[in-house]
Design a protein. Structure first.
Length: 235
């Protein structure tokens, strides 16, 4: 049975993440509708949703799947779009001290932008590993359930939701809301600015390869900024 520390952490994590989780709703619906518009069956769409569980990677690879791009390019694009989780994982890893390896693997699968932004500070400052695990898993599992449910709504409602609702724009706003708290950290801000500027400059590249280059540039810039920041503190 979960300990009282685990339950206390889970309650606080859920309360902290609940307002932010509203932004997942339009994003999940847009992803569900996009998969159907690409030609997926409902079963294929939900299968991808369960296996990949990464909205950016899903939306980023759908145009390539739609035009019949080579499998290697689709895989490389998906990996590139998820490279930011290397930074996220490295940043939050210390929060899993005292947690066994199977639970770390499970937690890694559930890691999302919103959960990272919500949980990072407490995961690095609270001592009890049971509390930290509960604080992380409650919003993570809620995020997973919410994503699956509203992606299914998008899949089933594809073609019947009016285009003037502009759910795509709502989803973009939801991602910007996640970006703002992350950008308060200098390495994250440097990564975001570098990646965004590169994406704009290379927007004309075929097969959206400019986006992949922008992601790599952002990650390298973020790591460099973190290295220089740490070096400056030691000086």
């Amino acid at each position: 049975m979960p300990s009282s520390f685990f339950r206390a952490g889970a309650r606080e994590g859920f309360r902290s993440f609940l307002p932010m989780s509203v932004g997942l709703i339009p994003w999940a619906m847009v992803t569900g509708m996009a998969m159907i518009s690409t030609g997926f069956t409902p079963t294929q769409a939900m299968g991808m949703n369960l296996i990949v569980f990464a909205g950016t990677a899903q939306l980023g690879t759908l145009p390539l799947i739609g035009i019949g791009a080579p499998l290697w390019l689709i895989v490389v694009t998906a990996l590139a779009l998820n490279l930011r989780f290397i930074i996220f994982s490295a940043a939050i890893a210390e929060g899993f001290r005292g947690v066994d390896t199977p639970r770390r693997w499970f937690a890694g699968h559930l890691l999302t932008d919103g959960v990272f932004a919500c949980c990072l500070e407490k995961m690095l400052t609270v001592e009890d590993p049971r509390w930290r695990l509960g604080y992380y898993l409650a919003p993570s599992l809620w995020s997973w359930a919410l994503w699956q449910a509203f992606a299914l709504v998008g899949v089933l409602a594809a073609g019947s939701i009016p285009k003037h609702w502009s759910l795509e724009f709502m989803a973009t706003i939801a991602l910007l809301v996640l970006l703002v708290p992350l950008a308060r950290q200098r390495p994250m801000l440097v990564a975001a600015v570098s990646s965004g500027a590169t994406a704009v400059l290379l927007r004309g590249m075929p097969l959206r390869l400019g986006l992949i280059v922008a992601i790599v540039v952002g990650i390298l810039a973020g790591f460099a900024a973190e290295h220089w920041h740490a070096k400056g503190e030691k000086a």
